[in-house]
Design a protein around this ligand. Structure first.
Ligand code: PLP
Length: 481
């Protein structure tokens, strides 16, 4: 006992609590063993330079918390029956090290959440709609109307597939705008298409199943597939989209379960999958009984001619599992996506959904059902398409004016970004210099399967005004000199 001295923990709480907490810490660390006597209150108060009542209060606190016990003749000692570590921690107990793990963990999946661009920068990010244009008042009105009209029952448990009203509204808009012959029983509403892909992968795949992916491609989708145990194999992408010849060659070797594609505007290169390749891909899927996971994330933003109908619209064999989202057409934070596929797959995906999330936001789903039914969704999409088309023009003319000798690109038929090559340039270095000047964009490395550099960049035009796009490209040109 003689050798024990108390090092007081720093803190703002009353002195008696600091003393009690510090003693409890020493008990927890084994510096004070079960049964060890604590110093007499008078001597201890002198040593600590505090009033004796303070020490007595600390002892009372320790006893109340089960660390110590009183003996006759006002002796206090650490409880003899205390396990080496105290059984419970209270407000005054020792703080556990929050980084300490008392068990083993599995490897972490790759974190796919990109850090937000620095405040004030011009963000040429290909996936972001211009949220300043979002009809927030109309959305808020729709939300309030939904809550008022349906009242308290809407705040209970609902259908894990999503509210029927929204599934009906989506089925009807997808039938007319995207040529899908479906009804509300063919849709599972999810929180974003990322969740839809995750659930479909769970429903479809077993650990070790081979899934072919576009490379370059969309990493969050890869990680959702991997999370279900998929072994991914990259397939090259060229000006006609994914190489369907390579898909066929790989399928003929056997063992492929699925192929993940972005046929409308290939992510990240923006190219449209040619109609010959579309037909061939559906044929391969049918012949080899593989699933085609079709991610149609920005269907409405097609500028030259009408949008090309999804693979799903021509799927007779039940091979295509289709994913959509309101993240681009409206806003990512709504977390509103959907999955369309053969009903047995939907039933399995729904079961997985109920385990992880039970259901979506019922009020929001009714609000969006109204928003779609009154025509507001497609109206907003049409307005955004016109705006983005003008911005696409602004980006292209800025690139031609300031970077013509350095960049090679073709006008994207749709989407929200230009995919550009800068031969012979270390684009990652360049992007870092641009960021210092206040312009942010993504380089090919983010989309490569092997994580290696390529001299390409993805320049988004949807989220910034024409003036800011011009300014950004001027700054980018300066950073290249
Ligand atoms: C290729 C692709 N798929 C899907 C999404 C949409 O994801 P979510 O609906 O989960 O917001 C995005 C958005 O960035 C995307 O780029």
């Amino acid at each position: 006992m003689d050798r024990w001295t108390l090092a007081l923990d720093p803190g703002d709480e009353p002195m008696f609590l600091r003393i009690a907490r510090s003693i409890a810490r020493d008990i927890g660390r084994g510096r004070l063993k079960p049964g060890a006597p604590l110093p007499g209150s008078r001597t201890f108060a002198e040593t600590l330079g505090v009033h004796r009542n303070t020490v007595l209060a600390a002892y009372r606190e320790l006893e109340a918390e089960g660390y110590t016990e009183s003996l006759p003749a006002r002796q206090t000692r650490v409880r003899a029956d205390l396990p080496p570590r105290p059984p419970r921690r209270t407000s005054g107990g020792p703080s556990p090290d929050p980084d300490r793990v008392g068990f083993s963990l599995t490897p972490v999946p790759v974190d796919v959440v990109a850090s937000p661009p620095p405040a004030g920068s011009i963000a040429l990010l290909g996936g972001l709609p211009d949220l300043r244009e979002l009809p927030t008042k109309a959305l808020a009105r729709a939300y309030r109307r939904a809550a008022n009209r349906r009242g308290a029952p809407l705040f209970g448990y609902g259908d894990p597939r999503g509210e029927e009203a929204l599934r009906r509204a989506l089925a009807s808009v997808l039938a007319s705008a995207r040529g899908l012959s479906i009804d509300h029983e063919d849709i599972l509403v999810t929180r974003g298409s990322q969740m839809a892909l995750f659930l479909a992968a769970r429903a479809l795949l077993s650990p070790g199943d081979v899934v072919l992916v576009e490379a370059l491609g969309y990493r969050p989708a890869w990680e959702a597939l991997r999370a279900a145990g998929a072994v991914l194999e990259p397939v090259p992408v060229d000006r006609g989209g994914i190489s369907v010849a390579a898909v066929r060659a790989r399928c003929e070797r056997g063992g492929v379960r699925a192929v993940y594609v972005t046929p409308h505007h290939q992510y990240p290169t923006t190219v449209l999958l040619s109609s010959a390749r579309r037909l061939e891909l559906l044929g391969i899927a049918k012949e080899h009984r593989i699933a085609v996971l079709e991610d149609d994330y920005d269907h409405e933003f097609h500028y030259d001619g009408r949008p090309v109908l999804p693979l799903k619209s021509a799927d007779q064999a039940g091979s295509v599992v289709y994913f959509g989202t309101l993240s681009k057409i409206l806003a990512p934070a709504l977390r509103l996506g959907f999955l369309i596929g053969p009903r047995p797959l939907l039933a399995r995906a729904t079961a997985h959904r109920a385990i992880v999330d039970r259901q979506g936001d019922r009020v929001l789903e009714h609000a969006l059902a109204d928003f779609i039914e009154e025509g507001s969704l497609l109206r907003h999409a049409r307005r955004m398409r016109r705006l983005y088309q003008v911005r696409r023009g602004a980006l292209v003319s800025a690139l031609e004016a300031h970077l013509a000798s350095r960049v090679v690109f073709t006008l994207p038929v749709g989407g929200m970004a230009v995919w550009a090559e800068l031969p012979g340039i270390d684009v990652d270095d360049w992007a870092a210099r641009c960021e210092q000047r206040g312009v942010v964009f993504q380089t090919a490395r983010r989309f490569t399967f092997d994580g290696k550099k390529r001299p390409f960049v993805r320049l988004g035009f949807a989220g910034e005004t024409e003036a800011r796009i011009h300014r950004a490209v001027e700054l980018m040109a300066r950073a290249l000199r």
